[in-house]
Design a protein around this ligand. Structure first.
Ligand SMILES: [Zn+2]
Length: 176
């Protein structure tokens, strides 16, 4: 990734004025919702968003153009970094140049999403890591008498075992 500090400073200033970051809920295919961090900048001119995107090493995506509610307004393009990892990476690049207001906004979202991830791990073990609903794999720890519900469904586990056995067979076939 080639980064230009001048462009990063410009990008941070641009985001300060035009962008925002919030927690958004998205419907899951398996039912329920998923919380995510969404960093967005809406803009009538696409070229400015392209400059922003390249300043942050190509992270994020540009969507649109979207028609506006008022027909006198020009259609908008939207730059978005909408996963925890991606938004975090973009913020890491811009951080030194950002205003404290935007830093606080981002920190609140990241804290919120960490809390959400913890809660999902605790309260929604009926969904596996890939969003499948069903029975999860339960791992028993004989030594400590504890049982732990994994975030992997039985289907995913079967697939994993099948892959592992195939790999083992391949090794045997090779005479290893
Ligand atoms: Zn699964």
């Amino acid at each position: 990734m080639k980064l230009d500090r001048y462009e990063l400073a410009w990008a941070a200033g641009f985001y300060d004025g035009e962008g925002c970051t919030k927690l958004a809920s998205k419907k899951r295919s398996g039912g329920g919702t998923r919380e995510m961090v969404r960093m967005v900048i809406g803009q009538v001119r696409k070229d400015v968003l392209l400059r922003f995107k390249s300043a942050v090493g190509g992270l994020g995506k540009i969507y649109g153009p979207y028609e506006q509610a008022n027909e006198n307004w020009q259609a908008q393009w939207v730059y978005a970094a909408q996963s925890f990892e991606q938004a975090q990476a973009v913020f890491a690049l811009l951080w030194d140049y950002l205003s404290s207001e935007k830093r606080e906004q981002a920190e609140k979202c990241f804290m919120g999403i960490r809390k959400y991830h913890k809660e999902v791990g605790k309260w929604e073990p009926k969904k596996c890591f890939w969003g499948h609903i069903g029975r999860m794999v339960v791992r028993h720890n004989m030594l400590h008498g504890k049982r732990r519900i994994m975030r992997r469904c039985l289907e995913c586990d079967k697939l994993r075992m099948r892959k592992r056995r195939a790999a083992e067979r391949a090794m045997i076939a090779k005479g290893l």
